[in-house]
Structures are given as structure tokens and as C-alpha cells.
Ligand binder design. Sequence first.
Ligand code: NDP
Ligand code: GDR
Length: 373
Amino acid sequence: MATENNSSRVGSGSGSHSVNGDAAPDRKIALITGITGQDGSYLTEFLLNKGYEVHGLIRRSSNFNTQRINHIYIDPHNAHKARMKLHYADLTDASSLRRWLDTIRPDEVYNLAAQSHVAVSFEIPDYTADVVATGALRLLEAVRSHIAATGRTHIKYYQAGSSEMFGSTPPPQSEHTPFHPRSPYAASKCAAHWYTVNYREAYGLFACNGILFNHESPRRGENFVTRKITRAVGRIKIGLQNKLFLGNLQASRDWGFAGDYVEAMWMMLQQEKPDDYVVATEESHTVEEFLQVAFGYVGLNWKDHVVIDKRYFRPAEVDNLKGDSSKARKVLGWKPKVGFDQLVRMMVDEDIELAKREKVLVDAGYMDAQQQP
Ligand code: NDP
Ligand code: GDR
């Protein structure tokens, strides 16, 4: 993958009108923003298994950022086999969104792209709002104007909402719980939520907000607390690291498995009417409990390794999130399949294997133990 040039990975502007020429007439077409992220990768696998053709919008970066979807990538030159296609766009670039909608003509649009790190949103609030809030508005407006121009009224839109929108409102949090965001990220997600409701009410768009509580996996970004912990457990167990620096250990989160949550996104778009749904395990654990299970699983004591570092505390914290997902369970028939302990073990298992591979490189002198790939 790393040796391929970009033109073979993504549709170019000039070739754009033939991008869908090979789509089977009865095959559903999905467009995903944020396809290179954790959820984008699981959703793509899920939709490909359902027979969809999946188009993903990726943003330009100075290096390849498709690690999470490389295993399902087929060179588009092999056109009749490739059902996942990638195109350059950006949520900050409205023209790119409208152009790809017109070209791809999707049946379902999943807006997963975001500057999704809560702590980072305090550092880059303006950019976070531009991508998370105004980006959602740009995409909604692109969908609306695409429908107005083409008459394709059947398009369905999914907006990736977040439990962070509840912020300091006490649990259990459901669709009826008032929002009280505690970060620029959360406030931006609230705006995106209401833009989505507004486009549903004003233009009759089939648009759903999924209010998803934290969901994790071995593909979770390494600077979110769960993956930061399981990466450290793997590296400590294999002897590549000794200390783990963390912030607030008392925050409680309702942690589920990302693979289960992408199914709920799809289910929302298969309903007769668009609506908003909370998706959660309904079980909450502190960061400290996550540490106990993760370190305990490999026979280590977290207290021997964890050091509290003030830099990881946030200007405003969300203390306690625990969802009430009874509506999703009743209306969609959704329920989580992976429980908390199983999730932690799955992540630790994969990160131990990853650390073993790193150790081979370190021992051979190809990598410094401090360096992470
Ligand atoms: P990730 O951070 O793993 O992925 C975010 C994706 O958005 C990446 O593909 C990233 O691209 C892309 N992206 C970022 N900025 C832009 C931009 N300007 N234009 C286009 N694409 C961009 O997030 P997750 O997969 O974990 O989450 C998916 C969505 O769900 C996000 O909107 C998140 O806020 C939301 N959410 C997540 C929850 C969770 O627990 N995971 C819970 C609730 C909501 P790149 O790879 O180039 O960085
Ligand atoms: P969160 O996830 O903010 O809930 O947002 P994160 O894993 O970043 O933090 C969870 C809790 O852990 C505490 N914490 C630390 N967090 C990080 N990242 N790093 C640390 O070292 C650390 N130490 C303690 C935090 O203070 C917090 O209380 C995630 C993202 O995926 C959002 O995009 C999504 O919307 C919400 O989940 C639901």
C-alpha cells in the first residue's frame, strides 16, 4: 500500500464522472466521511458485507492515513472487484462535498468526520467548530441542494452525535436529557445535532442523529484513554515501557465496542421515519476501573506504572456518562454484543501482539524502544 501513488487510491477530478459507471444497478451506494477513522473502518466492513458499494472521502495529509482500511482496499484499476472507493474532500471545503455527492449519487450518507479529540478541542477550538459544526452544516446543505437539483429525495443522512453533548447533565442520559456541553468539541457536536434536526424539519430530509456513547476497539486512536492504556499494557508486559502518564482517573464512561455501534448507525437509516437515538451499553466504569481490568488481565498492578500528569487534565471535565438506550433497543432492535471486560481483553490482546512485533524491530536495531510506530 505504501508504495502506491495517490492517483490510484482516489478518484481524480477529471475521472470523476465515470466513478460510478461500474456500479450494479440494484446495489446500494453509501458515502462515508471519516472513512479512515475507527468508526469509518468498521462501518465500511459492515456495509461491504451487506453488499453496498462504499465511497469514502479522505482528506489530504502529508503521509498515507488509510492504515485502518488498507486490509479492505482493492486497487480501483481492478474496477469490477473494488467496492470501496476513496476520494479527496474535506469537511471544510463545501465545493468538494457537493461535487462528490453529484458524482457518486449515494443512497446513504454517513457523516463521521470530525476533529474528535475532546482535550485537543480546547487547543484548536476554531478549527474544531469549523469541521465538527460548520462541516456538518456544509454537508447537510450539499445534500439538500443535491436533492433539489436531482430530485433524489430518497437519500438518507446520518450524523455522528456524541454523549459529550450531555456534558455535566447527570446520568442516565437519554434522548430527552438536556445538553450541557463542556468543551468546544461538545458544543460543536450540539450545533451539528440541531442543524440535522433543522434540515429534517425544514426540508423533510431523512436525517438521523445517533447520540453514541464512547465506543472503543483495537483500532481506537492511540491518544484516547482506553487505547493509551492498552498500548501501555502491551508495551510494559513486553518490556518496552515502564511508566504510563495519565490525567483524571475518576471520570466515568459508558464504554462499548465500535463494531457493535456502527450497526446501530445503519439500523437508524433503515427505519420508515428519521429520528434521533441514544446508543449505549447502559454500564459505566471509571478510568481507574479500566486500568484495573487491563493491567490485571496480564498479571500487572496498574499502581506500579501509572503516574498522574496534570497536563492530561481538561479545563472542564465530563464526570459521569451512562446512557439509557431503551429507545434504540425497542425501535431498532439493537443491543451491544461485547461487554466491558471482553472489550478490554480484546484491546489488550491485540496490543500485546503489536508490542511483540515492535520488540522484534527494537531487538534488530530498526526501532528505538521509546519510539512508537
Ligand atoms: P476518529 O478520530 O477515529 O476519526 C475521525 C475521522 O474524521 C478520520 O477519518 C479523520 O481523517 C476525519 N477527519 C477529520 N477532520 C476532517 C476534515 N476536516 N475533513 C474530512 N475528514 C476529516 O473518530 P471515530 O471514528 O472514533 O468517531 C467517528 C465520529 O463519531 C466522529 O465524528 C466522532 O466525533 C463521533 N463520535 C465518536 C465516539 C467514539 O467513542 N468513538 C462517540 C460519539 C461520537 P484522518 O484519518 O485524516 O485524521
Ligand atoms: P472522551 O474520550 O473525552 O470521553 O471522548 P477520552 O478517551 O479522550 O477521555 C475519557 C476520559 O479519560 C480521561 N483521561 C484521559 N483521556 C485522555 N485522552 N488521555 C489521558 O491521558 C487521560 N487521562 C484521563 C479524560 O479526562 C476523560 O474523562 C471520546 C471521543 O471519542 C469523542 O469523540 C466522543 O464524542 C466521546 O468519546 C463520546
